[in-house]
Design a protein around this ligand. Structure first.
Ligand code: CP
Length: 340
């Protein structure tokens, strides 16, 4: 943990194997805090955490709030509709207002890609003692979701000691609207870092061929990839081919709010081709877990029956694991501050 170097958490492309294992170990440790007698740890007592969500959220915002409270931090939630944005204040001035109030960590969700990175840059240049934790920016990155998905899969494959090794050589299939999905991008960085092979599946309008090269180079502005050897990425158009030999399947919501125009003319045909159902899962040739980051659109990317079948889906586990995963991230950023 002393080796934790990140003052902000913006994107998983910068994570080393040690970073992933630090998060997995801490998440394992924090998983049972809510069943302890005090239900809280004093780790972040006196720290101020602000949830700044410029886009709607149910899971991420609430679980960051619960995570902060379980670590005894003070936590404030920003609401767009009740804020001075309607009086013409800019998002940057809103954020600077919270920094002036002494925010230690800003948990930030924004519809525009790179807003968290630009703010982190501003903070670093001006020597401000606040950390940015990206809670989802455009279709770029959703690191806490990628990490809670990683923890959920690592725990499924290795319940006693989840680690990056738990994913080695596993075959994970991600189905649906990859193009507009920050969740898919964060999972691609995390899963391939652990040596899993990822098969992406969807129609060309939602999954361009170029995704096959997604993890081959670090993103623009990043000097090197901290992972020496990543798992492979494949692109498949046929769900039957994509599911064959899979060890786990993740399906994604159609991100209509991010589509420039309606990119699918017929949702029934999409469901027939790419919907995850008890029937389509037979193509896996064994029983495999199904993940979905939520929110779910029943009957579009996944059947209603599957959403309610807890013997197969890990959707509830993902939500449950979101709290200790986010406790781990807040703890690491808070710990970093204590060392300054
Ligand atoms: N998975 C996810 O980010 O859900 P919310 O939009 O509800 O936070």
């Amino acid at each position: 943990m002393n080796n934790w170097k990140h003052n902000h958490i913006l994107d998983l492309s910068t994570f080393s194997l040690e970073d992933y294992n630090t998060v997995l170990e801490l998440t394992t440790r924090f998983k049972d805090v809510h069943t302890s007698s005090s239900r809280k740890l004093p780790a972040l007592q006196g720290r101020l955490i602000i949830n700044l969500f410029f886009e709607p959220s149910t899971r991420t915002r609430t679980s960051f709030e619960l995570a902060a409270k379980r670590l005894s931090a003070d936590v404030q939630n920003f609401s767009v509709s009740a804020s001075s944005l309607s009086k013409g204040e800019t998002p940057l001035d809103t954020i600077l207002t919270y920094i002036s109030m002494g925010a230690d960590i800003l948990v930030l969700r924004h519809e525009s890609t790179n807003v968290p990175a630009e703010l982190a840059n501003y903070i670093d240049i001006n020597n401000i003692n606040t950390s940015i934790l990206n809670a989802g920016d455009g279709f770029h990155s959703h690191p806490s979701q990628g990490l809670l998905d990683l923890f959920t899969l690592a725990t499924f494959f290795n319940p006693n000691e989840p680690s990056t090794n738990s994913l080695l050589n596993k075959k994970i299939t991600i189905v649906g609207d990859i193009l507009h999905s920050r969740v898919a991008r964060s999972n691609l960085w995390a899963l391939t870092a652990c040596g899993a092979d990822v098969t992406l599946c969807g129609p060309p309008s939602l999954l361009p061929d170029e995704f096959i090269d997604f993890v081959l180079n670090p993103p623009p502005g990043q000097k090197f990839d901290p992972i020496n050897s990543r798992g492979s990425v494949f692109v498949k158009r046929s769900l039957k081919d994509a599911l064959k030999n899979s060890d786990a399947v993740m399906t994604l919501r159609l991100q209509k709010e991010r589509m420039k125009q309606n990119m699918l003319t017929d949702l029934d045909s999409y469901y027939a081709q790419y919907g995850i159902t008890h029937e389509s899962l037979k193509w896996c040739e064994k029983k495999v877990p199904v993940l979905h980051p939520g929110p779910v659109n029943r009957g579009i990317e996944i059947s209603s029956q599957l959403v309610e079948d807890n013997s197969i889906n890990l959707i509830g586990k993902q939500v449950e694991n979101g709290i200790p995963t986010r406790m781990a991230l807040l703890y690491l950023l808070g710990l970093n501050k204590n060392n300054q």
